[in-house]
Ligand binder design. Structure first.
Ligand code: IDP
Ligand code: MG
Length: 142
């Protein structure tokens, strides 16, 4: 059997960077055993977000989502490992941090701040195909 090494695109979102949680997120990724193959701190732009969140541009919350994602720098990462897409989603927890399971990044490090945005510290690709697309957006040279 040949192992299929997968990649995932992860973002530490502006709330995570502002609250000093970059190290904790990286610690959990490394403790789990995934390899970090690229890492960059940068500001998202409207163009990048429109590509990154293409499936959400028509949603009612999209404007607020863009504002949230441009409220400060993000840390973009590419992770590598067998089934890393599924594995990082499991580490991250469900979208809503109030109900995300304790032990997950969102369950432990995020909460509802009453802003109307779902501020949940991290993004992780939801499928290998999305990962490939998202890596192309954030790391075109990779
Ligand atoms: P995911 O990040 O768990 O994959 P998605 O449904 O793909 O969740 O949504 C992308 C991001 O958009 C979420 O992480 C969250 O920050 C934001 N978001 C999703 N749904 C809502 C909503 O109903 N209101 C406000 N923000 C939302
Ligand atoms: Mg998603």
């Amino acid at each position: 059997m040949t192992a299929t090494i997968e990649r995932s695109l992860v973002l530490v979102k502006p709330d995570g960077v502002k609250r000093g949680q970059v190290g904790e997120v990286l610690r959990r990724i490394e403790a789990k055993g995934y390899r970090i193959v690229a890492l960059q701190m940068r500001e998202a732009t409207e163009d990048i977000l429109a590509e990154h969140y293409a499936e959400h541009t028509e949603k009612p919350f999209y404007g607020d989502l863009v504002e949230y994602m441009m409220s400060g720098p993000v840390v973009a990462l590419v992770l590598e490992g067998e089934r890393v897409v599924e594995g990082f989603r499991s580490l991250a927890g469900t979208t809503d941090p109030t109900s995300a399971a304790p032990g997950t990044i969102r369950g432990d490090l995020a909460r509802d701040w009453g802003t109307g945005n779902i501020e949940n510290v991290v993004h992780g690709s939801d499928a290998p195909e999305s990962a490939q697309r998202e890596i192309g957006i954030w790391f075109p040279d990779l």
